[in-house]
Write a protein that binds this ligand. Structure first.
Ligand code: NAD
Ligand code: DAU
Length: 361
């Protein structure tokens, strides 16, 4: 295991960070990166890798079963780390179809391909392979202010099409372990932030809009709570599960940071004020604008990470203030990366679809 790794969605935010993480910390691993390059994926996200000879990029769809089967055989893949997904809750509210197709059908195709090549053709000893599925805390639904944090045993109660599609894929992964003996692990993680996150998600969107003097849209009252985790810590948690996790198990991953959205946004504004005191938009907090809430908006997420800490000795290493400072600096140093995205028609359309007519509510 972990000699030849198929990473799906390795051109997206977390997948590309994972590829960089593995190349730095475990340069001997051979990585095959299968990504369709949807609006969320970019070749720019994994430029200048330290070991390009151990990374092969394949542009393709995880729903293409013969492509996936051939990759498993030809590249002698022993480990699948499955990130590829439609990942934005707001987009799932405007157009759920792609979420059902990629997140449910795509995961099904990968599972079938793994079952066929690993278990039926017996290409590998069943113990030397692993299907690791990347999932989310959103499968557990939403918490009231005093509810205890989500545990691995918390019943699934997804509320958005995105979360429901991820919950479906988790169920399929577990069914393949139970019914066919596929060696699987699952990690359910909270909100990630850090370099290369597409500027449709809260933190990079706020940085981008603040830099360009646009309104900083706060859904509803801004008191929703997320459990923020710096993306490199997530990559480290995944690596721990791959190496030390017990086959068949799920592990919750989170940052233990729980300020409301409005506090995240004001912290970013302060960091930008400090970094750029002569900006025309200082103080950046003047750009904060409350807008119509997201329909069915989950109020609070929080992850209980006792299991991964006690069993695998993993805990987050980057605190929220430090992670936000690193993130703001990364975006300030990668304005070119942002500029390419904001010039794309798809991005402009999305901003119009999601934000037009929403202000001042
Ligand atoms: P992202 O949207 O940034 O990247 C998704 C990647 O998947 C893109 O590169 C895209 O091109 C690719 N992709 C989409 N459809 C595909 C298909 N049919 N075939 C092949 N590739 C395809 O997503 P992300 O934020 O990096 O999330 C990665 C994974 O982590 C997802 O499974 C998501 O559910 C999960 N997750 C995300 C977070 C978060 O905060 N971002 C938290 C927990 C779990
Ligand atoms: O919890 C894990 C999930 O975190 C992942 O599974 C998803 O893939 C990822 O997108 C993320 O989902 P969220 O919906 O929590 O992330 P988002 O960045 O879209 O929103 C974070 C919070 O900020 C949420 O409460 C909605 C709010 N928000 C978001 C946007 C885009 C705003 O107030 N204004 C905005 O413009």
């Amino acid at each position: 295991m972990l000699k030849n790794v198929l990473v799906t969605g390795g051109a997206g935010f977390i997948g590309s960070n994972f590829i960089r993480y593995v190349q730095h910390k475990h340069p001997e691993a051979k990585l095959v990166n299968l990504d369709l390059l949807t609006y969320a994926g970019s070749l720019e996200n994994f430029k200048n890798l330290p070991n390009p000879q151990n990374h092969r990029f394949v542009q393709g769809d995880i729903c293409d079963q013969s492509l996936v089967e051939n990759l498993l055989r030809d590249e002698e893949i022993d480990t699948i780390v499955h990130f590829a997904a439609e990942s934005h809750v707001d987009r799932s509210l405007k157009g759920p179809d792609a979420f059902i197709q990629t997140n449910i059908m795509g995961t099904f195709v990968l599972l079938e391909a793994a079952r066929k090549v690993w278990l039926q053709e017996q290409k590998f000893n069943g113990n030397s392979v692993r299907f690791h599925h990347i999932s989310t805390d959103e499968v557990y639904g939403t918490l009231e202010p005093d509810d205890p944090a989500f545990e691995e045993t918390t019943p699934y109660a997804p509320t958005s099409p995105y979360a429901a599609s991820k919950a479906s894929s988790d169920h399929l992964v577990r069914a393949y372990a139970n019914s066919f003996g596929l060696p699987i692990t699952i990690s359910n993680c909270s909100n990630n932030y850090g370099p290369y996150q597409f500027p449709e998600k809260l933190i990079p969107l706020i940085i981008l809009n603040a830099l360009t003097g646009k309104p900083l849209p706060i859904y509803g009252d801004g008191m929703q709570i997320r459990d923020w985790l710096y993306v490199e810590d997530h990559c480290d948690a995944i690596w721990s599960v791959l190496n030390k996790g017990k086959v068949g198990e799920s592990y919750n991953v989170g940052g233990g940071n729980q300020p409301p959205n409005i506090e995240i946004v004001t912290t970013i504004c302060t960091l930008l004020d400090e970094a750029n005191p002569s900006s025309d938009f200082c103080p950046h907090a003047q750009l904060i604008t409350y807008v119509t809430d997201r329909p069915g908006h989950d109020r609070r997420y929080a992850m209980n990470i006792d299991k991964i800490y006690q069993e695998l000795d993993w805990k987050p290493s980057v605190d929220l203030q430090e992670g936000l400072r690193r993130t703001v600096n990364w975006y300030l140093n990668h304005i070119d990366w942002l500029t390419v995205i904001i010039k794309e028609k798809d991005y402009q359309n999305w901003v119009e679809i999601n934000y037009q007519g929403r202000e001042g509510q």
